[in-house]
Ligand binder design. Sequence first.
Ligand code: HEC
Ligand code: HEC
Length: 325
Amino acid sequence: MLESARILLEAARRGAQPGRDGLIKSRCRRPSGEARSFNPAISALSRQARWWGLIAVMLCGVGTLFAGANTPTNAIMAGPAVYVPDTVHQNDAMPDGVFAWDGLMKDATVAADAGIANFSFSFTNVSPGQVAVLDVHPSCGCTTAHVPTMPWIIPAGGVGQFGLTVNVAGRTGELIKTVTVRTEKGMKQLYLKIHVLPPVLPRQSDADREHAVQVARADRQAIFRGDCVSCHVKPGQGKYGKPLYDADCGICHDSHLRASFVPDLHHVKAQTNVEYWRTWTAHGKAGSLMPAFATSDGGPLSDIQISSLVQYLAAGYQSQSAENK
Ligand code: HEC
Ligand code: HEC
């Protein structure tokens, strides 16, 4: 009990010690008279003594600073002046005539299995004075900025360059990311446009395709087993929405080589709605080559994955594709 009280007191004493202890130590001795061991009888007294001690230390510190002003060799004053950037305008739009950029939007096209997209931006300080960059902040946790320590001082006429890496694993299609650059003279928004190419599947020989169709005719769920998995199941694992559609459905329905019995989903004759898409996706059609994707029907897709597909397909899949074509 007494011991824990002593530990608490000791912790409080350490906490009260000013952070610049190290700077002051050489000139100021810590005032003596501090009670190191705990005694309830003198605890109140020692608490007072501690406060006086603290005040003495602070006064001594101030004294040191003033003394420093008179003696230029003082350690505190001899160090390089710490530049304190001006953050007042960091959220205002950056006016023209501060940084000239090599581009405000950068494009990259990457293969599906590349996993990342790399970008670089460079800029010139065209203003008459130095400008401190305060922060380079990507909009998405998937993006890493490769920048020097902030604040990053760009002298007048100076050039700065930084890189960005976007993690695109599991993504397909077009992605847009933003990056906000904050400086003393205002902020600028930069854009990254990434086109992730659809995965390239190994080519099948005509014999292989014919054999696959034979196998599927015997059992439409066969595409979820054996050799078929590498093209018909693996590419969709862990995906949702459009990327899942592209991997698991587009493989048959959007292939330019698709067999005549595979319908074009962009021109479905039936009236489509959520129920329509859910029924076809989960259960397919017995006696045809359209498999059932729901786990309950022996398929590979979880309920959440199916819902994500239904949502994507029901949300104007046809009108979207009409625009693209
Ligand atoms: C190397 C990748 C790959 C493998 C392995 C594969 N498929 Fe396919 N499958 C495709 C592609 C791609 C299509 C779309 C048509 C095309 O482009 O050839 C397709 C289409 C189909 C079709 C629709 C008919 C058609 O030709 O349009 C069926 C049915 C099918 N596959 C069943 C199977 C079965 C069953 C297996 C396993 C025995 C299998 N596939 C293995 C890539 C593959
Ligand atoms: C192995 C190739 C294959 C795959 C993979 C596939 N389908 Fe199909 N799908 C077919 C075939 C074949 C039909 C035609 C069924 C029939 O004979 O009526 C069809 C029919 C459909 C229909 C009915 C279209 C109409 O005209 O009425 C819908 C909707 C559909 N598929 C959605 C999907 C969705 C969603 C996925 C992905 C989860 C998917 N399909 C994956 C082969 C495939």
